[in-house]
Design a protein around this ligand. Structure first.
Ligand SMILES: Cc1cc2nc3c(=O)[nH]c(=O)nc-3n(C[C@H](O)[C@H](O)[C@H](O)COP(=O)(O)OP(=O)(O)OC[C@H]3O[C@@H](n4cnc5c(N)ncnc54)[C@H](O)[C@@H]3O)c2cc1C
Length: 459
């Protein structure tokens, strides 16, 4: 172990999926650990709530099994048998063009036939095969990258809606290197994205990652981790100050509102950017500079969960959901067909739809009150999916600071994380502002943090 006080526990700050994964890994390695969580429950933004036969996911809805590590982790936690893969009927991914839902093509033939892209745009794609790669050190926005390589229509009708769905963000602001590192690497390694993806498909073989959840929603995962950690997870414990004292760490916080100071051998930060920026660091000058993380944009998003009678929705809902390109000038970012994706999300004869509103594109809409949101979502779903009548179930969840935006120039934040760790041995930083925003990224972040704590420290 890399700490000089093996009898003292390691403090993990934050009981979202990153912190819980890190703590669980540390506990399995025989290292005493305490997780300090400000909220009354563990799980962070993962929130699944059962209301009779409805299951409302307020935060993330599904997890991508993009690497064997994620599957192994879920098995090791004991949830392997409870894993629910997305239904085959959820294969279609719709994008709206001219007000109509168009399925994203899933094959070369489908691509040639799709009305989602014009003939000219499809033909123009051939040029991508010969286009030169950008210099490795160029810091470029996602929009510039995609327009340069694939053309404007692919930016507007493929990448813009995707970025809206994943980041609630704007491709003109996000950095391709930081927000989509695999895409950036594809160009750097293979020059052409088309050739590179074909090569990768041939060499990696096997099916691409599948999407999954659990019968009672994604919250089963943090719940299982918290159960395994037992008393080590302390909820309603807000950390305020992290003080380096020799080679030990003192943490001041409020435990159930009562001031408390405790001593730890190391500190693992698994907090959102704004929470990390708000911590007071003492005796660690480079860590104190993390206050600059408050400049990371985290636009507000609202998740609106609606239930309808099946006969009140004209569309077959035979897909994952729909994504909305900004050029369509509508008021939603996208809608997930939640009850198509996984069973047990709606009572028999009903459907559940989860709609996202706000993001960088329209922050003002995230500020609407519940009644205005109910009207907005009804009108949008009415126009897009032929939804009639009022929802029989309606639930709004507000995320005032949802997803960190990996904007152009994000390296300056990444450098702050690295400098803070280098300047204060025993301090470890992960989470979605550093290691990627998806749940799979956060699980990987937690594992990386635990490994870093257990790695012998260079002297
Ligand atoms: C609306 C929404 C939808 C999403 N959909 C998906 C999806 O479908 N698939 C996907 O892969 N990803 C999705 N994501 C992204 C993914 O869910 C998150 O990136 C991930 O869950 C973040 O986990 P985390 O543990 O790093 O942070 P968090 O979940 O934010 O956990 C951090 C924890 O730190 C605690 N904390 C804060 N301050 C303090 C303090 N001072 N002291 C102690 N504790 C503190 C917080 O209370 C919180 O519990 C979505 C995110 C949002 C917001």
């Amino acid at each position: 172990m890399s700490t000089n006080h093996p009898a003292l526990p390691v403090a993990v700050l934050g009981a979202g999926i990153t912190g819980l994964t890190a703590a669980w890994q540390l506990q399995r390695a025989g290292i005493p650990v305490v997780v300090l969580e400000a909220a009354p429950a563990a799980g962070g933004v993962i929130r699944s709530t059962r209301h009779g036969d409805w299951l409302q996911e307020s935060g993330p809805n599904s997890l991508l099994e993009g690497s064997p590590a994620v599957a192994e982790f879920v098995d090791a936690v004991g949830l392997g048998p409870r894993r629910l893969y997305a239904a085959d009927s959820a294969k279609n991914r719709y994008v709206v063009r001219d007000g109509r839902l168009r399925a994203m093509p899933g094959s070369p033939l489908g691509f040639l036939r799709t009305p989602l892209f014009s003939f000219g745009a499809k033909l123009g794609l051939i040029g991508e095969l010969w286009r030169a790669r950008a210099p490795a050190d160029r810091e470029e926005s996602v929009a510039d990258f995609v327009e340069r390589r694939l053309g404007r229509e692919f930016l507007d009708y493929a990448v813009n809606p995707f970025v809206g769905g994943v980041y609630s963000g704007d491709p003109r602001r996000l950095s391709v290197r930081h927000a989509f590192p695999k895409l950036h690497a594809l160009e750097q390694k293979h020059r052409s994205l088309l050739l590179g993806s074909l090569k990768q498909r041939n060499t990696s073989g096997g099916p691409k990652g599948r999407i999954f959840s659990f019968p009672e929603g994604l919250a089963e995962l943090p719940a299982a981790l918290a159960r395994a950690l037992g008393d080590a997870v302390r909820t309603s414990h807000r950390v305020q100050t992290v003080r380096r004292s020799g080679d030990r760490w003192e943490i001041d916080g409020l435990a159930g509102g009562v001031p408390r100071t405790e001593v730890f051998s190391a500190v693992v930060c698994a907090l959102p950017a704004d929470a990390l920026a708000a911590l007071r660091f003492e005796g660690a000058p480079d860590a104190a500079k993390l206050s600059a993380l408050r400049e990371i944009e985290q636009p507000a998003v609202v998740s609106v969960f609606t239930g309808f009678r099946r006969e009140d929705v004209a569309h077959p809902l035979d897909g994952f959901g729909l994504l909305m390109p900004e050029v369509e000038r509508r008021r939603i970012l996208g809608t997930l067909f939640s009850s198509t994706l996984f069973p047990g999300r709606a009572p028999a004869g009903h459907v559940a739809l989860t709609t996202f509103v706000g993001g960088t594109r329209s922050p003002e809409l995230a500020a609407l009150d519940d009644e205005a949101l109910r009207r907005l979502v009804r009108e949008e779903l009415g126009a897009l999916l032929g939804v009639r009548g009022a929802p029989v179930f309606f639930g709004v969840t507000r995320w005032p600071r949802a997803i960190p935006q990996y904007t152009v120039g994000y390296a300056r934040f990444k450098n702050l994380f690295a400098a803070a760790e280098a300047g204060a041995p025993g301090l470890f930083i992960g989470g979605n502002a550093r290691d990627g925003i998806s749940l799979a990224n956060c699980i990987e972040s937690g594992r990386r943090l635990a490994e870093a704590v257990t790695r012998p420290r260079a002297t």
